[in-house]
Design a protein. Structure first.
Length: 347
């Protein structure tokens, strides 16, 4: 149990991350693939990634210690969805290899890294790139959406009930008594922020709580969701009936929000090729109609579909009433859009 003593000024500086740290997500994912941690929620993702993978990925598992994640992954480059990411081994490598040597005997691969062999570092970079290409890139938008949703929920809780209430509710493995934030981890110590800001970071591939004290900030990572990780859907157009009802632009906005809850107005504008003002105008109409809800965090606005909006965009999952519709015009099943659509311009 890590006990983190917080002052009133510490509490005022607490922030909740809005976006995933993809390098850290990759490091957590590799830990799951290495088999040291089991997670029923991520079992299907693990099977999909492990099927016919690059054998060079397995070398990465030699970098793990019982207590620390490899620093190499933390330098994975962020990217947008327009192309593949790139990786680079960062300056934390030497420090991690030192910790690794203290934890257990080095393997031929990790010893070659410790000796600074160029071929070993090239193999390391290839392994990280292969892992990222298979285990992260096909799921990147889903990961971003789940993290954004978890972060928006925490910030909304803080806005409605205060930071103290948010800390008590953020995750079952984190407890707050008004002065000490207790983190359910394997380590047992008491720490203070020493003037550094505290960042709460939801992570999709996290299965427990992690604590990362750095000179500029202290980050506490917690599981973002109980939902499984699924592959990103391919872009498609909204259902024609939805476009006829709402207009093509509002239908595309509702479809995008349904596929990616907690999407911001700016993200919608970029994805759909609209101006921020046009996007804001259409989301206002959708919100007034009861099809989406909006959570404001400072200058950022996150949009999530209501149940009505989700059913309208994807079709209701079930119909439990006594008079289910029948007849030749009854659809044979719900239509599920598979991603955002970029229209040529506003309605």
């Amino acid at each position: 149990m890590i006990r983190l003593r917080l002052t009133a000024s510490d509490i005022d500086r607490i922030t909740v991350a809005e976006k995933p740290d993809f390098g850290f997500e990759l490091a957590l994912g590799a830990d799951l693939l290495a088999g040291r941690i089991r997670s029923a929620r991520l079992s299907q993702w693990r099977r999909d990634v492990a099927r016919d993978w690059d054998t060079g990925i397995a070398k990465l598992f030699e970098l793990y210690t019982p207590d620390y994640l490899p620093a190499f992954f933390l330098h994975t480059a962020h990217r947008d969805d327009s192309g593949p990411g790139t990786t680079a081994v960062g300056p934390g490598a030497a420090s991690h290899l030192h910790d690794l040597a203290r934890a257990r005997a080095l393997t031929p691969f990790t010893r070659a890294l410790a000796d600074g062999q160029t071929s070993a570092y090239a193999a390391l970079d290839r392994g990280i790139t292969a892992l990222q290409t298979r285990a992260l890139d096909p799921y990147r938008r889903n990961v971003a959406s789940l993290v954004a949703t978890a972060g928006a929920q925490a910030r909304a809780h803080a806005a409605a009930f205060g930071t103290h209430a948010m800390l008590r509710a953020v995750h079952p493995k984190i407890s707050w008594d008004g002065s000490v934030l207790a983190l359910n981890t394997f380590h047992d110590c008491t720490q203070s922020l020493a003037g550094r800001p505290l960042v709460l970071r939801p992570a999709v591939f996290a299965t427990g709580i992690s604590y990362d004290p750095q000179p500029h900030a202290v980050t506490v990572t917690y599981p973002a969701t109980d939902a499984p990780v699924v592959r990103d859907r391919r872009p498609t157009t909204p259902d024609p009936a939805l476009s006829a009802l709402l207009g093509p632009t509002r239908a595309a906005i509702l479809t995008t929000i349904t596929c990616h809850p907690a999407t911001t107005t700016g993200q919608l504008a970029i994805a759909l090729g609209l101006s921020a003002a046009t996007t804001s105008r259409h989301t206002t109409v959708l919100r007034t109609a009861g099809l989406i809800t909006t959570i404001r965090n400072g200058q950022t606005v996150h949009h999530t579909p209501t149940r009505l909006g989700r059913d309208l965009a994807t079709g209701p999952n079930t119909y439990s009433g006594p008079h289910a519709p029948t007849g030749p015009n009854t659809p044979s099943g719900p239509h599920t859009p598979s991603g955002p659509h970029t229209p040529s311009g506003p309605n």
